[in-house]
Design a protein around this ligand. Structure first.
Ligand SMILES: [Zn+2]
Length: 500
């Protein structure tokens, strides 16, 4: 939301998506100072001097919301295949290491540019820096969103234990030379890290641009109890949101149960971290009691179907989560694992993944439920209660789809086609807070060719400086890829997929 478009504008002759209708219907939208102020039949009377936006031949839907992604993944796009989540975590030092400040901004620009061009106007970004989050790094990422023009919640992703310390028995499974080598991969001191986040939150100056900060203890069992609670306290003290990966892989679920004697979600609840400000990413391995807690606390889940499938994490119980009353948003996860930032595709995956789990259609999520998750659900997960819908009082975050694009030939059932057909290629314009940030299929403020040049130079440099880290990761991956599947073979008492 680089600039709120001041003044009045009227969007005329477009077809407005409404999940209650099979086909989008004609309506005009009056936008004043970036906010939808009136919606009415074609020919809506407007004040003198109102600028007109011609939406003839275009379908309008609310900007999509990416409920979970990682901007540091932008420069690591396409690095992973044949990896579990655990192998991805092992690879993190070489696919994301040694980034300069300019690299951090560039990586976020790549993601923000892709999201905007593919109809997304807000994202929840869990951004990692090693060994600590920094004010400069967070500002660089905020600048990237501001320049592209989309809204964001940026949460420094932190831990005070290494992956090797977090997985029960893994350190003992490493040969002595590798045990010594992973010493250097420990995150920084927990108290110093919390102090760094406190400094970031105190100085945060982006709220006016629709870019907010949050806190992300990355994975609960990668945090000591004191550190996890410290993150929760920072979020409470500063009135910001809290986001963490919970039960993403079965390895995590089993590790949590072994460490705490209860599920990860129940442990986080015990620590007082689960509330209306809390978002659990993935939540593939939550059981029914976990879901009830999430619903009772008013917490939300970010469902990342592409990443869950690509990393072999299992099938998210979307129907059960919705039935339990949990707010669900949809995310792409990082480009370092799943590998695009296309919320249309994430919707399509979410729909199909709900349907593949049962032959009983009542256990599926409908196209309308998926659409609501990727708009209103995601908005709530980001703490933007007013967003995700075309209604009076909401920011004018609008996507204009071209009815002459093949995805819409013919136009039978709007929401179904947005979820199951649209892939971003029909996006003609994107408006954020009343400002056009994509016009005629191109970003208004950022030159993608410049991003390409800079990214290629960064790729070459980072490949050279991370060569040793890559060799170490490859040696570690052999052990991890043998040890972790063994841990995942442990029986885990989740009962789901069947309704009673
Ligand atoms: Zn993630």
């Amino acid at each position: 939301m680089a600039t709120i478009q001041k003044g009045a504008q009227v969007i005329r002759a477009g077809l407005l998506t409404d999940p209650a209708l099979r086909r989008a219907a004609p309506a005009d939208i009056l936008v004043i100072d970036g906010v939808i102020s009136e919606i009415g039949p074609p020919g809506l009377p407007v004040p003198d001097g109102t600028a007109a936006v011609d939406a003839d031949g275009l379908i309008i839907h609310p900007g999509l919301v990416n409920a979970h992604m990682h901007s540091h993944g932008g420069l690591a796009r396409g690095q992973a295949d044949g990896w579990t989540l655990e192998m991805l975590l092992v690879a993190a030092p070489w696919i994301g290491g040694n980034r300069s400040l300019a690299d951090k901004k560039l990586s976020a620009q790549i993601c923000a540019a892709e999201m905007a061009l593919k109809g997304c106007t807000a994202a929840y970004d869990l951004f990692a820096e090693f060994p600590f989050p920094t004010v400069d790094g967070m500002n660089a990422v905020a600048e990237a969103y501001d320049e592209v023009g989309i809204r964001a919640v940026i949460a420094p992703m932190v831990a005070d234990l290494s992956f090797y310390e977090a997985i029960p028995g893994l350190m003992d499974a490493l040969p002595p030379a590798l045990q010594k080598a992973v010493d250097g991969l420990r995150p920084g001191n927990g108290d110093a890290c919390l102090a760094a986040i406190d400094g970031i939150l105190r100085g945060w100056r982006w709220n006016g641009q629709g870019i907010h900060a949050a806190v992300a203890p990355t994975i609960p069992h990668h945090c000591t109890p004191g550190f996890a609670c410290g993150c929760g306290k920072l979020a409470r003290d500063h009135g910001v949101r809290l986001h963490t990966h919970v039960g993403e892989s079965k390895v995590q679920a089993v590790a949590g149960l072994r460490r705490y004697g209860r599920t990860l979600l129940q442990q986080m609840d015990e620590w007082g971290l689960v509330g209306p400000h809390f978002t659990a990413a993935h939540a593939v391995w939550l059981d029914e009691a976990d879901m009830r807690i999430m619903a009772a606390r008013g917490a939300s889940v970010a469902h990342n179907p592409g990443s869950n499938m690509k990393l072999g994490n299992g099938m998210f119980p979307l129907r059960q989560m919705l039935d339990a009353g949990v707010t669900v948003g949809i995310g792409t996860d990082g480009a370092n694992c799943s590998d695009n930032q296309n919320v249309y595709e994430a919707m399509r995956y979410a729909s199909m993944l709900s349907k593949v789990q049962s032959p009983v259609t009542a256990e599926w999520a409908s196209a309308e439920e998926i659409y609501r998750a990727a708009t209103e659900g995601g908005s709530r997960a980001l703490g933007f209660a007013e967003g995700g819908a075309i209604r009076v009082g909401a920011p004018a975050d609008l996507v204009f789809l071209d009815l002459n694009a093949l995805n819409w030939i013919p136009h039978n059932w709007t929401v179904n086609q947005i979820v199951h057909v649209e892939d971003g290629t029909a996006v003609r314009h994107v408006m954020a807070a009343g400002t056009m940030i994509v016009r005629d299929g191109a970003l208004v403020n950022v030159d993608v060719r410049r991003l390409a040049r800079e990214a290629e130079a960064a790729r070459e440099r980072l490949e050279a400086v991370n060569a040793d880290a890559k060799r170490l990761s490859e040696a570690l991956a052999v052990v991890v890829n043998s040890y972790c599947p063994g841990l995942a073979a442990t029986a885990y008492p989740v009962r789901r997929y069947l309704r009673e």
